[in-house]
Design a protein around this ligand. Sequence first.
Ligand code: ZN
Ligand code: ZN
Length: 344
Amino acid sequence: MIPLVPKLLFMGKSPFFPSLEDQSATLLEDPNAPSQLDGVGVGVGVGVGVGVGVGGGITASQTAPLSSPSRSSPHSQGSETGERFSRKVFVGGLPPDIDEDEITASFRRFGPLVVDWPHKAESKSYFPPKGYAFLLFQDEGSVQQLIDACIQDEDKLYLCVSSPTIKDKPVQIRPWRLSDADFVLDASMPLDPRKTVFVGGVPRPLKAVELAMIMDRLYGGVCYAGIDTDPELKYPKGAGRVAFSNQQSYIAAISARFVQLQHGDIDKRVEVKPYVLDDQMCDECQGQRCGGKFAPFFCANVTCLQYYCEHCWATIHSRPGREFHKPLVKEGADRPRAVPFRWC
Ligand SMILES: [Zn+2]
Ligand SMILES: [Zn+2]
């Protein structure tokens, strides 16, 4: 059990599991592949009158209300100092004939940037094939300037961009707010890594608060949710983790194996599995039969749900009914151990 200081928790941010490099390597999906939601908004607003004529298609599906403290306007926190956004920004609904140089030129006034999209290097295409791209700014301040230049429609941001054939097309700008990577739902509960699940294939716009609410609605007892971000750009990698306050909710979540994440534009089946730690002792022998080394195996079968050394794994799983259990193994055992407490 990792007791968290309540004072920190009430600040709405938790340092729980800051690094999950290894877990995301076991995703069912390529975390770099576009999530189902990427590209939502493409084409919306084209030719819809003056200015940013969005509405209809996008907002009609936003019927699932979630009380999210992070729904406030991106403009409203301008007085704060320090980094607030990832330097990586999603741009959707680009004109189909806009090339990389034209995209760069469209956003260069906010500061130095690189334009990227999934599989850009391999495809050798000059155009983002699905009408969306990522802007990788050199400075975080550029993102704030970009946001300030945007037109806001409900909770979405738009900026007009021109291509050789289309003038002033509103494209969706989706910055990632750093504070959306963590959310504490129940600050009274200690965060127990052994009641924490790994969620793979999370749609990238999903905020921690939304993941927490969805999982709480499905299984109850959620005390924390986190969205994994890459250490350099601090942009979502497409995975997350959810800590439960009780064993029943935890078991219900991992027994499901897959969960349908539905919220607003998002409707995606994602993978749920136990969050495996790499610094646990064998639950059977407490290290006595394995020279005190950390247990290399975790059995995710609900009849086990334990860490095992090699010796104890073999012993326990030779018993009838357990022969077919498969270990969840951490990949790359020599990578640095995650520090459970650190402000990101
Ligand atoms: Zn053992
Ligand atoms: Zn087992």
